[in-house]
Design a protein around this ligand. Structure first.
Ligand code: COA
Length: 242
């Protein structure tokens, strides 16, 4: 409805052409209020009184509760489970977290529906404050650091390990796993369905295009796209990129 209460005309086959419009960002500009003390107390109590196994079980039982109660429960349980957990975190439906005790989740982080965060018992995963993770994303969190204010497009994936494939002649999945750190700099933006391969660093403020497969580091403030991803240009016009 417009200000006068009248419904605006919809563009039809004979109507005006569809037009893009610019609106203010929502998630990135949000201010984060402290979580209510009762939530923090409840998480502390869970941490003191429940086993890790029980908490994980309860978290997964809460994963599909589509209500304010479910949202609160997921936040309380993950706060009890994670190494550290900021205020105002929002966890969507069906978010799976393996080895949550290896996670450090910053304030105001959003984790979209059906995202899978695959940690490792001795791994480390840091997700910086205010980062937005789109639905159906996959994170190999064996050694992953995502900076603050990162945008992670829906369905984008990061792989953090690969098999040596040696010796040849045995199934690849029987060979040793090499865990390679992946780093995503503050304020970077990862395109929908992009894939980051093990060992890459995405520089601060860089943009990775939709569907890109990133095999090499992307410099700060570069725009990289394609399969394999190549730097197209710098977001800072005065700087040259390789
Ligand atoms: C990569 C991207 C940032 C480039 O935007 P841009 O600088 O405006 O680029 P343009 O649209 O002018 O395209 C420039 C060239 O790159 C190509 N290109 C654009 N996006 C591409 C992509 N994702 N993969 C491969 N090529 C791409 C264009 O086809 C064009 O090629 P041409 O010069 O041969 O015609 C943008 O296209 C993109 O993929 N954004 C990702 C958005 C997203 O998923 N966001 C989620 C955030 S949470």
């Amino acid at each position: 409805m417009n200000a006068a209460g009248a419904r605006p005309a919809r563009p039809g086959p004979d109507g005006p052409p569809a037009q893009e419009r610019v609106v203010r960002a929502v998630h990135g500009l949000a201010t984060i209020a402290p979580d209510p003390p009762d939530e923090i107390d409840e998480a502390e109590q869970f941490r003191r009184e429940e086993t890790l196994e029980t908490l994980v079980e309860r978290y997964h039982a809460s994963a599909w509760i589509d209500s304010a109660t479910g949202t609160r429960l997921r936040r309380v349980l993950l706060r009890a489970l994670c190494r550290s957990f900021g205020d105002g975190v929002r966890i969507g439906l069906g978010v799976l977290v393996l080895h949550p005790h290896t996670f450090e989740i910053g304030a105001g982080v959003f984790i979209g529906n059906q995202t899978f965060l695959q940690g490792r018992h001795d791994g480390r995963c840091v997700i910086g404050a205010h980062t937005w993770i789109g639905p159906q994303s996959y994170f190999d969190c064996r050694d992953l650091e995502v900076g603050e204010y990162v945008g992670w497009g829906p369905g984008a994936k990061v792989l953090g390990s690969e098999h040596t494939g040696e010796p040849v002649g045995v199934p690849v999945i029987k060979t040793d796993l090499v865990i390679k750190p992946v780093r995503v700099g503050m304020g970077a933006d990862i395109g929908v369905n992009a894939v980051l391969l093990p060992g890459v660093t995405i520089g601060e403020g860089a943009i990775v295009g939709a569907g890109a497969v990133v095999t090499r580091d992307v410099p700060a403030y570069a725009i990289a796209a394609g399969v394999p991803a190549r730097v197209m240009r710098s977001r800072k016009p005065t700087e040259r990129t390789a």
